[in-house]
Design a protein around this ligand. Structure first.
Ligand SMILES: Nc1nc2c(ncn2[C@@H]2O[C@H](COP(=O)(O)OP(=O)(O)OP(=O)(O)O)[C@@H](O)[C@H]2O)c(=O)[nH]1
Ligand SMILES: [Mg+2]
Length: 387
């Protein structure tokens, strides 16, 4: 086993453990058959969960969808008809689950419901209104008007809002590009509003999980990763950091791997070994598979212009922090690119990932000398970096 492999494995294992520690969020998707619940799931959350997740039937009409590495539990109702005797049975199953909790897992509580209504039908039945009211006594409900096209969908929204239902909101969405003809299609919209509203409703404890699982607001992922990394680095290299000699640079490696793993877990992104290898290759130079852990740090240091003369052979807290900050921010930028691509079904190729990481990192480190000089007199200023 090469050293390189070990490092990649290490990041992956650490990330996995981090994700296991995130308290999952549970969301119920409910609405008549064919309105677009599965389409919504596949577009709001990463990994096309409705198609690729493990769906365990809880009851005839209720499926529990999960996937390893994504901290979310979805309860998806299926084939729910609301116009006959069968509906009574279906609804009883759902409410039993809501009040008794989920017997399969200890997750139990469901935090939020998306009640889906097809906006093209331009009406909502009395039975549905009853159901929404009843649901709202158990959990927060957002009414999602799926496949919203044109004025009639806006009117439906207005109509439902004026009923003053005890819901958190009514939102028009188009979850997936809707093709009308060769020339005309309606781009997806409204999902950002849905995410924003969901964030306001869910318990504080579930926000990390929700941010990890959603794929609509990528900037939000990046922001929370940056904010965590900035604190972690300030704590690690701030007051009390003893300068270490270059020859011991590898002391920093485990810390930086922890940092990358934690960022990956906050961000929530499907990454395989190959992707992580590519990003590390960017740090390790052109050798790719041959570099060892300690080269990461020495390569980073080499990229900071004149760093040796500034700190006289020792790695100070300032140097370590500049180096680690550059690593964290570049990594977050590359994850952002990957996540955006993934959302559009395009995964950037590995050579591009490596190149991108290299560029971002070199740019940041090259620009860092003035920061170093600026900060050498005043010990623990906030870095300009974090802007
Ligand atoms: N283009 C587009 N089509 C959609 C959208 N939502 C739903 N559809 C269409 O509606 C069909 C049914 O959507 P599903 O997501 O399977 O509906 P569902 O609510 O999961 O249905 P059941 O599982 O039977 O309850 C899909 O095959 C799509 O063709 C959307 O946002 N955009
Ligand atoms: Mg479905």
């Amino acid at each position: 086993m090469s050293k390189n492999f070990t490092i990649v494995e290490d990041i992956m294992n650490k990330t996995e453990n981090e994700i296991k520690n995130i308290k999952p969020i549970s969301i119920l998707l409910i609405g008549k058959t064919g309105v677009g619940k599965s389409t919504l799931i596949n577009n709001v959350f990463r990994e096309k969960l409705a198609d690729t997740g493990i769906g365990r039937p809880i009851t005839k009409h209720l499926r529990r969808i999960t996937k390893e590495g994504v901290p979310i539990v979805l309860y998806d109702t299926r084939g729910l008809e609301l116009n006959n005797e069968a509906q009574k049975e279906g609804l009883k199953e759902i409410f039993d689950t809501l009040s008794q909790g989920d017997k399969i897992s200890s997750t139990g509580k469901i935090h939020l419901a998306y009640y889906c209504v097809n906006a093209t039908s331009s009406r909502i039945e009395p039975l549905e209104l009853d159901l929404i009211k009843k649901l709202s006594t158990k959990i927060p409900v957002i009414v999602v008007l799926t496949q919203s096209i044109g004025d009639q969908s806006k009117e439906l929204k207005k109509y439902i809002e004026e009923l003053n239902l005890p819901v958190s909101g009514v939102i028009n969405v188009m979850a997936q590009k809707f093709i009308i003809s060769n020339e005309i299609s309606i781009p997806p919209y409204g999902l950002d509003e849905l995410i924003e509203m969901s964030f306001q409703i869910i318990p504080e404890e579930q926000k990390r999980a929700f941010n990890n699982a959603q794929q609509v607001d990528i900037e939000r992922k990046a922001k929370s990763a940056r904010s965590w990394a900035s604190k972690y680095i300030a704590t690690s290299f701030g007051v009390g950091f003893m300068p270490i000699p270059f020859s011991d640079a590898s002391i920093l490696v485990p810390m930086q791997l922890t940092l990358l793993a934690h960022i990956t877990a906050i961000f929530g992104i499907s990454m395989d070994k190959a992707t992580i290898t590519s990003m590390l290759a960017a740090v390790g130079g052109t050798g790719g598979a041959t570099y060892a852990g300690r080269y990461i740090v020495s390569n980073l240091i080499k990229l900071i212009p004149g760093v040796g003369t500034i700190v006289g052979g020792m790695i100070s807290g300032a140097t370590a922090s500049i180096m680690t900050t550059a690593l964290a921010l570049s990594y977050i930028e590359v994850l952002t690119v990957i996540a955006k691509g993934e959302k559009d079904g395009k995964y950037p190729d590995l050579k591009n990932i490596e190149q991108l990481m290299k560029e971002k990192l070199e740019n940041r480190l090259k620009k860092s000398t003035d920061l170093l000089e600026e900060n050498s007199s005043t010990k623990h200023k906030k870095w300009k970096f974090w802007k």
